[in-house]
Design a protein around this ligand. Structure first.
Ligand SMILES: [Zn+2]
Length: 365
């Protein structure tokens, strides 16, 4: 469709009636904002590279071709048609996650399939069944994007849950759109539904992602519940002004991991940084890095354990409650219940605990 004949044909045939042939046009028609991505190109010797020209580019298949893609407009018919003409969104495009869009990104390689099944059992709802639009990603197996739209406050929701590895709950950034190539050689593929059928996520999921006041961190490889107050005490004990730059970044990564990348975690890091290290603090320093923390899947995880280690340098000592794993509140409640004549409530026993072929760019060039 990028050959000369079609170009000429276009002059006398301006319409998008064959919209279905163009996934990005289908997405756009449903109110999603689409952005052009660099194609994946094949180098001599069959190595793959990003179309941006940098052979070292790590964003293979996920590299926007336009600057300021975050603020890409809602293209109108003429613009989208013009982009179709020059193949700008072909073969690869992204869908901006904004305006309440929530994309549940299940990555089988990181245990996401097992995690989503467990999450569904734990909150008692069929998350995947509730999605009106599902795209199978190129990662293989059950890896997929489940699209939802949240009425309000999507940005206040957790982006990760430590006890459910391999699932991202994306409410910002972008995802690669269906029909686009994946570096594996498989396309992102429409699995079920349509962009026009995107609906609200199950309220149980929203509630789970909005849970505040408690987080699940990792200390020494073991899941550990930590209250918001305790987390604040730990962060405040960190002697930020005495940290190296790398340690300060680790502090942010640990908070990001523990709070699931939530706005509250960022605020805590930013506030403590401003208070304790006014000399080096910049207003956008934390926010800029925070957005990158969620993207990196490689390298060692920096967790709550690291944060506690840094806090101990500032004199932090773990409270008895935190160390002993004894839930004093629960014990108090149990004691109270034992002395109350009311029958104990029947509590639920479970507790949520922890190619299209690479378009040969060479033929186009
Ligand atoms: Zn690139």
């Amino acid at each position: 469709m990028s050959n000369t004949e079609e170009w000429i044909d276009f002059e006398c045939d301006v319409d998008l009636s064959d919209e279905a042939d163009y996934p990005y046009a289908v997405c756009r028609a449903a109110g999603l904002r689409v952005i052009p991505l660099q194609p994946i190109i094949e180098l001599p010797g069959h190595a793959l590279a990003c179309g941006c020209g940098d052979v070292e580019c790590k964003a293979l298949g996920k590299h926007p071709t336009i600057p300021n893609w975050q603020t890409a407009p809602n293209w109108d018919d003429g613009q989208i048609e013009g982009m179709r003409m020059v193949g700008q969104l072909d073969p690869a495009y992204g869908v901006l996650i904004r305006d309440g869009l929530l994309v549940v990104d299940v990555d089988q390689r990181n245990g996401g399939h097992e995690s989503i099944q467990r999450l569904e059992r734990d909150i008692g709802v069929d998350i995947r069944g509730a999605a009106g639009f599902i795209v199978r990603t190129g990662s293989g197996g059950e890896s997929a994007h489940y699209y939802f739209r949240v009425a309000d406050g999507a940005e206040r929701m957790m982006q990760n849950l430590a006890e459910y590895q391999g699932i991202d709950f994306k409410s910002s950034g972008f995802v690669v759109g269906y029909g686009s190539p994946h570096v594996s050689g498989r396309d992102y593929e429409l699995l079920r539904g349509a962009p026009s059928a995107i609906g609200e996520p199950p309220h149980q999921l929203v509630a789970k992602l909005r849970e505040t006041g408690r987080y699940t961190g990792v200390v020494g490889g073991v899941l550990r519940d930590v209250g918001a107050d305790e987390l604040q005490a730990i962060a405040r004990a960190v002697p930020v002004d005495k940290l190296t730059y790398e340690e300060w970044v680790e502090m942010g990564m640990a908070l990001h991991h523990t709070t699931g990348g939530s706005a509250d975690g960022l605020k805590l890091w930013d506030t403590v940084s401003a208070e304790k290290d006014g000399a080096r603090y910049t207003s956008d320093g934390c926010g800029k890095r925070w957005r990158d923390f969620g993207k990196s899947k490689t390298g060692g995880m920096v967790t709550l354990g690291t944060l506690i280690m840094l806090a101990k340098r500032g004199g932090y000592t773990e409270s008895a409650e935190f160390v002993s794993d004894v839930d004093w509140d629960a014990m108090e409640a149990a004691t109270a219940a034992a002395t109350t004549p009311e029958p104990a409530e029947d509590e639920p026993a479970h507790k949520p605990s922890g190619n299209r072929v690479l378009r040969d760019i060479l033929t186009r060039a």
